[in-house]
Structure formats: structure tokens, C-alpha cells
Design a protein around this ligand. Structure first.
Ligand SMILES: C[S@@+](CC[C@H](N)C(=O)[O-])C[C@H]1O[C@@H](n2cnc3c(N)ncnc32)[C@H](O)[C@@H]1O
Length: 216
């Protein structure tokens, strides 16, 4: 087993954030929680293979399945895996950390090993364990299908408790270190212009020959 350090999410209390029950209540009251899923859907071919990383209480996984995609959600916080199951019965999030992902672990869980789109939205990247951002990006890059892309979103200021500040320049450097490139930066999931509060990133492999299944 790889070394999996505790995430900022776990160290800052995980479920104690109140995120799970808050979103479950929004879903129950019929509020729109699908903004991220709508953009992810627009970025994807029909019936795409999509990996939802840090799926939380499952809203993005569920929203994308409702749009006809083949979605695997992974979530290391056991409380959220249970919360997801109670809000979306049968959702079956895999109890995995992003750093555990590989062809072997995915195959062992009966999941695809290459994806048209990898989604990590709702501040996942500012809640990873310290100093693991490049490792997470590199891990996810290895799971992209040829032409596959990544959708990542996080607060630049006023993030949730326990989160880090991740300046855009540093994120762009880490993206390049992981062999990825920025195709687009926007300020919201409705693609408002880039701003100082929130960043939505669309990434792809800098060298497509290195993608899963890529090459000759
Ligand atoms: C604020 S929640 C957002 C959940 C979901 N993406 C959403 O938008 O509703 C942040 C999530 O990041 C996840 N996370 C933090 N570190 C992680 C890691 N190393 N691997 C996978 N998920 C992680 C947490 O477990 C938590 O579910």
C-alpha cells in the first residue's frame, strides 16, 4: 500500500464541517446542486466514463449518472460514503483516497481504468494532504483516456475550514510538473471570467502519448 497521509479535510474534522447534512438538506428541499455536473456534462461525450474524485455526499456523481454517464465516485471519508448512500441509495461510492488510485486498485473494485473526464470539484484540491497536490495530479493524469480532460474547482480565498490557500500561479506550476496543461481557467461553473475568489480549471495531458491507453 502506498503511503497515504491524512488529508486536510480529515485533520480538520471531516464530517464535522457539516457539508454532508447541509447538501442533503438542499437536495431534499429541491434546491439546485447540479451546477458542477452540468458543466462536466457539457465537457463530455455522451455516455462518458467519468471519475468523481472526493465525491463527498455524492451530488456530482448522481447528477452525472442522471445525465447518462458511466460514473465512478471515490470518497475516503466513511461518514460521507454513508451519507451518500442515504441521499442516493445504491450510489456505491468507492472508499478510496485519490492517492490510492491506480489501474490495479480500480480494477480490483471493478471500475474502469481510463476516463474521458476526471472531476475534482468543491474544494477537493485545497483539502488534500499537505504536499500531495502534484502526486494527486500525476495520479489522475495516468487515468485519462486519450483526449481525456480534468475539471477542478476550488476557492482562491475564503475556502472551507482547514483548507489551504492555493495561489493560481502555484497551481499552474504543479499542473505542469504533473505533465498536464491548463486549457481553460474560469471563475465559476457557468464560465464567468477568471476572478480572485474561485477558480475552475480545465486540464489535459501536456503530452497525450503518456495518457492511459495512449501512444502508438
Ligand atoms: C467540501 S467536500 C466536496 C465534496 C464534493 N466534491 C462536492 O463538491 O460536493 C471536499 C471533499 O474532498 C475530499 N478529499 C480530501 N482529500 C481527499 C483525498 N486525498 N482523496 C479523495 N478525496 C479527498 C473529502 O473527503 C471531501 O469529500
Amino acid at each position: 500500500m502506498n503511503d497515504i497521509p491524512p488529508s486536510r479535510w480529515a485533520l480538520s474534522g471531516g464530517a464535522a464541517h457539516g457539508y454532508g447534512p447541509r447538501f442533503a438538506a438542499l437536495v431534499a428541499s429541491g434546491e439546485d446542486v447540479d451546477g458542477e455536473a452540468r458543466l462536466a456534462d457539457a465537457l463530455s461525450p455522451r455516455a462518458a466514463r467519468i471519475l468523481d474524485v472526493g465525491a463527498g455526499m455524492g451530488r456530482v456523481t448522481a447528477g452525472l449518472r442522471a445525465r447518462g454517464h458511466d460514473v465512478i465516485g471515490i470518497e475516503p471519508d466513511a461518514t460521507l460514503v454513508l451519507q451518500a448512500e442515504s441521499t442516493y441509495p445504491g450510489i456505491g461510492l468507492l472508499p478510496l483516497d485519490v492517492l490510492e488510485l491506480s489501474s490495479e486498485t480500480l480494477e480490483a473494485h471493478g471500475a474502469p481504468t481510463a476516463y474521458d473526464l476526471v472531476v475534482a470539484v468543491g474544494n477537493v484540491f485545497i483539502l488534500l494532504a499537505e504536499e500531495t497536490e502534484v502526486r494527486a495530479l500525476t495520479t489522475l493524469r495516468a487515468l485519462l483516456s486519450p483526449g481525456g480532460r480534468m475539471l477542478i474547482g476550488f476557492h482562491l480565498t475564503a475556502g472551507p475550514g482547514g483548507s489551504r490557500t492555493y495561489p493560481p500561479e502555484e497551481f499552474v506550476r504543479d499542473v505542469a510538473t504533473a505533465g498536464l496543461q491548463v486549457d481553460l481557467r474560469a471563475g465559476s461553473y457557468e464560465l464567468h471570467p477568471a476572478n480572485a475568489e474561485y477558480a475552475v480549471w480545465l486540464l489535459s495531458a501536456a503530452d497525450p502519448a503518456q495518457e492511459a491507453g495512449g501512444g502508438a
